[in-house]
Design a protein around this ligand. Structure first.
Ligand SMILES: Cc1cc2nc3c(=O)[nH]c(=O)nc-3n(C[C@H](O)[C@H](O)[C@H](O)COP(=O)(O)OP(=O)(O)OC[C@H]3O[C@@H](n4cnc5c(N)ncnc54)[C@H](O)[C@@H]3O)c2cc1C
Length: 455
């Protein structure tokens, strides 16, 4: 039904502040982007719609960092460093970090964390980097100062509608909101309208860890056996694993579809509203099964269903280069490397999770991330970092996870300073200087393991 449109009266919007660097979104990309920019001495603000940082890692209840490690010729090594190390150190001090564990058929390493500790570690990182964080501020639009330059981001909050003026902007909303409002080109889905399916996560508490043992291995098998007998689940590939204190387990088991079977869209308010209800329904349904069939879970209960449905993919902004599936599987090298990614292609397709790894152990196990993937086309004072950076649908199925998002964010925040210093558009920044700055800040760019130049 099309109800038409109204015309709103024009109004004056007060300017809340003026900053060198404005970051939209406080997930791993936004945290790293803002901290990196703040540390260069640039006045930096991060705009976040929730009252805490972490993005999907907190709001969608993930509680695991993926993509910090790579499987290098069979050896599992941490490959994301720099600001990510500081987050890990702060979490470690708070006793909020598990030791890394093998995941996805033991082919790759992930690392679980405590969600509350992550929120505080991220607060501390930004505060100590001189960043102003604006919580409860929903970015809803922008104004331009020229056809190719953004002037302000418009926010709505309990203080009303306000504008935030910036010189350089970093899009880290995950959904490419700012880039889309500004008119930068973007893609949605796989070309046939299919986006990766979302998941609502939940955590279970009250587990008897001795009785539960290695239940992360048995639960998916029990689910498969039940499917063979006719029981329905939202998807295969369930991940149910213990947190640091193994009375608590996290569950990544749902798959949230619209009634027509398509993935719920993270940029459609009606689908999101339907998806929250459907996601919670699925959480309860799968939890009841786990509780019934798994020794040690008899007295367990759900301690939290994540505050929001976890969205894996919406807009992917088109930049100077789009990272592709073949880049992931062939462990591509790029002369303009700003970091690396060792996570496989993890495609959440209808009813399943489809994995594709580079050949192991023959390959190096990671690709480099080119600077050009954080430089969007069409706008001259905008970077894009995180899951909405310039990647194909299949490339994003890999490099969307937290590790590479930290790397992209740190590079964008550092490059914003370089662009401002020399009054340049992002595409004209001297990449060698950027690489030196990133390496001296502890980031790993994979330069010592470059096999060949591909692009
Ligand atoms: C269910 C699920 C499970 C996953 N599991 C893992 C996992 O185990 N490990 C892992 O590393 N990765 C996992 N991922 C992927 C990973 O979490 C995300 O891709 C990653 O968080 C992306 O980081 P980001 O910074 O680009 O965006 P996000 O983490 O999505 O953060 C974007 C931030 O921007 C804010 N924002 C958005 N729009 C606006 C706006 N208009 N105004 C103000 N603020 C705004 C959001 O509130 C959010 O805080 C998972 C994803 C999902 C959905």
């Amino acid at each position: 039904m099309n109800y038409g449109a109204i015309e709103e009266p024009s109004r004056k919007t007060p300017i809340l502040g003026e900053f060198d660097v404005v970051v939209l979104g406080g997930g791993p990309a936004g945290i790293a982007a803002a901290a990196a920019a703040g540390r260069t001495g640039r006045s930096t603000v991060l705009i976040e719609r929730y009252g805490f940082l972490g993005g999907a890692g907190t709001a969608a209840g993930l509680s695991t960092f993926c993509g910090l490690h790579a499987n290098i010729h069979g050896e599992h090594k941490q490959v994301i460093h720099g600001l990510a190390d500081e987050i890990l150190e702060r979490l470690q001090k708070m006793d909020g970090l598990n030791t890394p564990h093998l995941s996805l058929a033991n082919k790759i390493t992930a690392q679980a964390y405590d969600i509350s500790a992550y929120k505080i570690a991220a607060d501390e990182l930004l505060t100590s980097s001189g960043v102003k964080t604006l919580f409860h501020a929903f970015g809803v639009g922008m104004t331009k100062r020229s056809d190719r330059e953004i002037d302000t981001v418009i926010i709505e909050s309990k203080s009303g509608r306000q504008a935030i003026r910036g010189r350089m902007f970093i899009e880290c909303s995950g959904d490419g909101d700012l880039a889309a409002w500004a008119g930068a080109p973007y893609e949605l889905g796989d070309g046939a309208g299919n986006m990766l399916y979302p998941t609502t996560m939940f955590r279970i508490i009250g587990v008897d860890p001795v009785k539960a043992g290695r239940a992360w291995e048995t639960i998916p098998k029990l689910m498969d056996e039940a499917i063979a007998k006719g029981r329905k689940f939202p998807r295969r590939g369930a991940i149910v694993r213990p947190q640091k204190n193994p009375i608590e387990w996290r569950a990544n088991v749902t798959q949230v579809k619209n009634p027509d079977g398509s993935a719920v869209s993270g940029i459609d308010v009606e689908q999101m509203s339907y998806g929250e209800i459907e996601g919670r329904r699925q959480c309860w349904d799968v939890f009841e099964f786990i509780k019934e069939v798994t020794p040690g879970f008899e007295k367990a209960y759900i301690v939290e269903i994540s505050p929001q449905i976890g969205i894996r993919e919406t807009r992917r902004v088109v930049g100077e280069y789009m990272l592709s599936e073949s880049d992931i599987l062939q462990c591509a090298d790029f002369e303009d490397s700003i970091g690396v990614n060792g996570w496989p292609v993890e495609a959440h397709v209808a009813g399943n999770v489809a994995l594709k790894f580079p050949p192991i152990p023959e390959s190096r196990g990671f690709n480099q991330l080119p600077y050009r993937m954080i430089v969007p086309k069409g706008i001259d004072n905008l970077f894009v970092a995180g899951r909405c950076a310039s990647m194909t649908h299949d490339g994003q199925s890999s490099a969307r996870v937290s590790g590479p998002c930290f790397a992209m964010g740190q590079a964008a925040g550092t490059a914003a300073d370089l662009a401002l210093k020399d009054n340049l558009a992002p595409r004209d920044v001297n990449v060698k200087t950027l690489q030196q700055r990133l390496q001296s800040a502890g980031a790993y760019l994979g330069m010592d393991m470059m096999a060949k130049q591909t692009a």
